[in-house]
Design a protein around this ligand. Sequence first.
Ligand code: HEC
Length: 108
Amino acid sequence: MKKSIANISSAVLLLMAMGAGAAESEGERLFKTYCWGCHHQTATAFGPSFRTIANHRDKATMMAMMTDPEATSKVLGYRRNSMPAFNDLNASQKEALADYIMQFKDNK
Ligand code: HEC
């Protein structure tokens, strides 16, 4: 009897751990891995904040910036580009990141 209660509680703990993992979106996870060194959610860091970006750009522009920052930054009016291209991210990962950035838009 004791043993089965222990089993049930460890199963519940496991489910809770899985739930906590799922709460972090793919975009958030990718942001922390690839972008956080230079961009923060709402504060300006080396690059503009995600809030500023979301308020001024559409998703296609964000994805273009991840793919070809050299050319895209010129189009956006930057004189110099300091952001690397993210060639190892696929299109759906870039879209997940763009969706994540969009969450910081004011007055959605
Ligand atoms: C090494 C630092 C660095 C990293 C890492 C980085 N960025 Fe940037 N990012 C910048 C800088 C600096 C700019 C400003 C424009 C420029 O330098 O080309 C910028 C600009 C941008 C812009 C356009 C800003 C605008 O004017 O709207 C977007 C979108 C963007 N970054 C998204 C991302 C995403 C998403 C990631 C992660 C996958 C990322 N950046 C990772 C430095 C970085």
